[in-house]
Design a protein around this ligand. Structure first.
Ligand code: PBG
Length: 324
């Protein structure tokens, strides 16, 4: 005789939704955006069907259509022309550069949206690295100077949250100091705390032409084999003043999201990265999987693992799904 029957709680849709433990909301999402120079530009990223690179004018239309759908937070990334890149990422401190211009325009037209801006040298670096390269080495402390100035430039342009994504040691503390010394104590820091040296960033580097010109990022991004190390990074970021901890990528690192969730009281974010988007999209477009269901299931898994905030290229698709 079977008396315990877990299937009773799955008997119909009403019961299933009553016992549902996790639900996605549009409020959970931050939508990444790619920005290019020029006018009236909208160029699809070949490896990310449905995701475009926008010039500042068309970007404002894109933000408007997202706001209309209920998306309130964005993570813009600039694609810097090759001739403006140098070893020291100097263009990242130019207040009239593409990125600060885009930030100002978005905030001017949409004062209520939240902008989380990426702090890392790679889009501006002629070496394609997240740090200054000296004799083949990615140097740490000299890089912090650049990151501090970059974060300040973004805060002055109107960024609400800065997101250091470079994995240099001491960056959160340095950026916090620079922001505070300049009166930007209200600007938050979402630290890319556990960012792994991952193959899943490929399409993003296509979008920004930001791939390393030599070597890889393994001396600063984490080894995918390690989880305890994520706790060391989390403790340091917390001590240095991070307001949010992020895990990146998300799907191959759900255990790390859970680990940080269980060991921190800070909000945990997860970055559902470009390669994760590309895989689901490509298989969906080929008809090999149901793309929409696979999207919903993977986003839900990120939330279930413990993420409060999800950065995802699927944010707009998810918003459209909610309106159906
Ligand atoms: C820059 C940065 C990267 C991503 C976000 N910020 C690329 C990298 O570290 O090489 C990847 C995002 C994605 O793949 O969607 N440091």
């Amino acid at each position: 005789m079977i008396t315990k029957r877990p299937r009773r709680n799955r008997y119909n849709e009403v019961i299933r939704s009553m016992v549902q433990e996790t639900a996605l909301e549009l409020n959970d999402f931050i939508f990444p955006l790619f920005i290019i120079e020029g006018q009236n530009q909208k160029v699809e990223v070949a490896s990310m069907p449905g995701i475009n690179r926008y010039s500042v004018d068309t970007l404002l239309d894109e933000v408007a259509s997202c706001v209309e759908l209920g998306i309130k937070a964005f993570a813009p990334f600039p694609s810097i022309p090759e001739n403006l890149k140098d070893k020291y990422a100097r263009e990242s401190e130019n207040p009239d550069g593409l990125f600060p211009r885009a930030i100002r325009e978005i905030k001017k037209n949409f004062p209520d949206v939240v902008l989380m801006t990426d702090v890392a040298m790679d889009p501006y670096s002629s070496d394609g690295h997240d740090g200054i390269v000296i004799n083949g080495e990615i140097v740490n402390d000299e890089t912090l100077e650049v990151l501090g100035k970059m974060a300040l430039t973004q805060a002055q342009a109107g960024a609400d949250i800065v997101g250091p994504s470079d994995m240099m040691d001491g960056r959160v503390g340095h950026i916090r100091r620079v922001l505070d010394e300049n009166g930007f104590h209200k600007v938050g820091i979402m630290s890319y705390t556990a960012k792994y040296a991952s193959a899943f960033y490929g399409p993003f580097r296509d979008a920004l032409d930001s791939a390393p010109k030599m070597g890889d990022k393994k001396t600063y991004q984490m080894n995918p084999a390690n989880s305890r190390e994520a706790l060391i990074e989390a403790a340091l970021d917390t001590e240095e003043g991070a307001d949010y901890l992020m895990v990146k990528p998300a799907l191959a690192y759900l255990d790390i999201i859970k680990l940080l969730r269980d060991n921190s009281h800070l909000p945990i974010a997860a970055y559902n990265v470009s390669g994760e988007y590309a895989m689901v999209k490509a298989a969906g477009l080929k008809g090999w999987i149901d793309g929409e269901k696979a999207m919903l299931e993977s986003l839900l898994s990120i939330k279930r693992a413990g993420a409060d905030i999800i950065l995802s290229y699927f944010a707009k698709d998810f918003a459209k799904y909610l309106q159906k």
